[in-house]
Design a protein around this ligand. Structure first.
Ligand code: PMV
Length: 314
């Protein structure tokens, strides 16, 4: 028997970093997915197969003994085996079309899909239960996670986190995602922002208030079908991210390359590399290749509405 779950990647439209400090954020699941397949084995081992390599460890191993990228899977496998005496060993296979380490939710989608797949070996779980376990798994690599990424990967659609209610009228957004091809480390970027906060307490608190106000204005702009304001708010949010020092020359260069056709461009995710999102009018999409440096990858993102899905194959 195989338990197969898949979950979408995500973009953060507004509020990354500030969300770690309690503000709201707007996120959307995107049409790139990770699929995790789990099955029992007789081997008394936890085996993980992924593009990043293969791990094979005794079931008694702790997640702390394995490399970062395998920790969530070993954590989930241990948790499942501990609560189910009948489980000998487990094989977990990950297939993903989400680029890794560039802020598109690869790690969160893996945690959500793995929670659904591994725990699905026993019974069907609610989205709420999958989300809870996936956040625990993500904390094995990134203890300070806001939980926003796993939430949108679980429920899909566009949400104003911490609410899980889907934002209904997401007018026809043409969101271009451009990959700087510089991998980032979310934990390091979040720590850097913590330092900024410590050294600039008053300004950081003002920025959190500004972010909250900006998100309210974005919601109104969406209700009014006001793409121009939506774009301006993207650029305004980028300025806040620059102020907390998570942008860099490469990102700023990419943003200025798209200036003449973008209604607004900003980092999505932790920054210090990773991806930017740009709101581009349909008629200008064909100008993109000439404007971007040749070494950058890009694609148009469609919003995923399904979130995590799960099935059993006999
Ligand atoms: O770049 P990513 O996908 O790891 O996104 C991180 C988003 C942060 O707000 C910086 C952290 C968090 O846990 O919300």
């Amino acid at each position: 028997m195989k338990s197969i779950a898949s979950a979408p990647g995500k973009i953060i439209l507004f509020g990354e970093h500030f969300v770690v400090h309690g503000t709201k954020a707007i996120l959307a699941a995107i049409d790139k997915r990770v699929t995790v397949t789990s099955s029992f084995t007789e081997n008394k081992t936890i085996r993980v197969n992924s593009k990043l390599g293969t791990l094979d460890v005794p079931i008694s191993s702790s997640y702390k003994e394995v490399k970062n990228e395998f920790r969530p899977f070993v954590y989930l496998a241990n948790k499942m085996i501990d609560s189910n005496q009948n489980a000998n060993g487990l094989e977990i296979t990950i297939d993903s079309d989400i680029p890794i380490g560039v802020g598109l939710g690869s790690s969160s989608a893996c945690c959500v899909a793995a929670a659904g797949s591994i725990f699905g070996l026993f019974k069907e779980w609610s989205s709420e239960e999958i989300l809870k376990i996936s956040i625990e798994a993500e904390k094995t690599i990134f203890p300070d996670t806001s939980g926003a990424d796993c939430t949108v990967c679980t429920y899909g659609g566009m949400i104003e986190y911490p609410s899980i209610e889907k934002i209904g009228n997401t007018f026809d957004l043409n969101l271009l995602i451009v990959n700087s091809m510089i991998p980032h480390n979310t934990k390091n970027s979040v720590e850097k922002v913590n330092k900024f906060k410590e050294n600039n307490e008053e300004r950081f608190s003002q920025l959190c208030d500004l972010e909250t106000k900006l998100i309210d204005e974005v919601i109104t702009a969406m209700k009014n079908n006001d793409t121009t304001t939506f774009g301006l708010k993207i650029s305004e949010n980028q300025k806040y991210l620059e102020e907390i020092q998570v942008s860099n020359e490469t990102i700023n260069g990419m943003i200025s390359s798209l200036k003449e056709i973008s209604l607004g461009t900003k980092i999505t995710g932790a920054g210090d590399g990773g991806c930017v999102i740009a709101l581009i009018k349909d008629e200008d999409m064909d100008k993109v290749p000439a404007l971007l440096p040749k070494d950058k990858e890009y694609f148009s993102a469609k919003i995923d509405t399904k979130g995590v899905v799960w099935k059993i194959e006999k």
